[in-house]
Design a protein around this ligand. Structure first.
Ligand code: ADP
Ligand code: MG
Ligand code: MG
Length: 205
């Protein structure tokens, strides 16, 4: 896949498919330490992104990312909608109006996404949130040499980062209301970040 507007649109379609396939799993994870809506929230948002892309694919990768951002912000409530919306919006701004993204642009987009999530949600590493998947993903992405290897490295690091949330006590979001009882459960947002990056990596292969 080349990282053109159509390539980014294909990656978002792949992500929507993975989110739909894992909707019930994300609901279960969120039921254990939250309010059980994470799978529905994300599935609704990504289905809406696909519907928008079906109508028209914007001209540039940045514009496609911006469409994803505005859709997530308007269709997905709770914590994750604004956080993922901010992530895609910052990524969109970071890649500018280039017609095709190279590895450096993809890394810059991922880094901007992380910075957006942290600016908005104030979570740091170890708080048992999506940051625990996204932060190591960005660090690993920087070692990639082309778009496919950047996304592959990011996806693998995100999967490990998500697993690391099991042992953590939540300090941000709904799960933090449980205190120590949040330990022993995978964080739903970290899991969804890992799923999204996995889908992007697969699409870029
Ligand atoms: P809500 O908790 O409002 O129902 P979701 O269930 O859709 O929202 O999303 C929950 C996920 O959002 C958590 O698993 C966590 O990864 C993420 N999250 C919550 N608060 C924050 C935050 N302040 N910073 C980063 N991520 C957060
Ligand atoms: Mg929830
Ligand atoms: Mg909720």
């Amino acid at each position: 896949m080349s990282c053109t507007a159509n390539g980014v649109a294909a990656a978002l379609r792949a992500a929507a498919k993975v989110v739909a396939e894992h909707r019930a799993e994300l609901v279960e994870l969120d039921r254990a330490i939250g309010d059980g809506d994470h799978g529905e929230n994300l599935n609704r948002g990504f289905a809406a992104i696909v519907a928008s892309l079906d109508a028209a694919v914007p001209d540039t990768p940045g514009a496609v990312l911006k469409l994803a951002a505005t859709t997530l912000i308007s269709k997905v409530g709770g914590a994750a909608g604004p956080l993922y919306g901010t992530a895609f919006l910052r990524a969109s701004t970071a890649v500018g109006n280039a017609s095709e993204l190279d590895a450096a642009a993809v890394v810059a987009g991922l880094r901007a996404a992380l910075e957006g999530v942290q600016a908005r949600g104030k979570a740091v590493e170890g708080d048992k949130t999506m940051v625990d998947a996204l932060l190591p993903a960005v660090a690993a992405a920087e070692k990639g040499t082309d778009v496919a290897s950047v996304l592959q490295a990011a996806a693998e690091a995100a999967a490990r980062g998500a697993e690391s949330t099991v042992d953590l006590v939540a300090r941000k979001g709904r799960a933090s209301y449980l205190g120590e009882r949040s330990a022993g459960h995978l964080d739903p947002g970290a899991r969804s970040t890992s799923l999204l990056l996995g889908a992007f990596a697969e699409a870029a292969r």
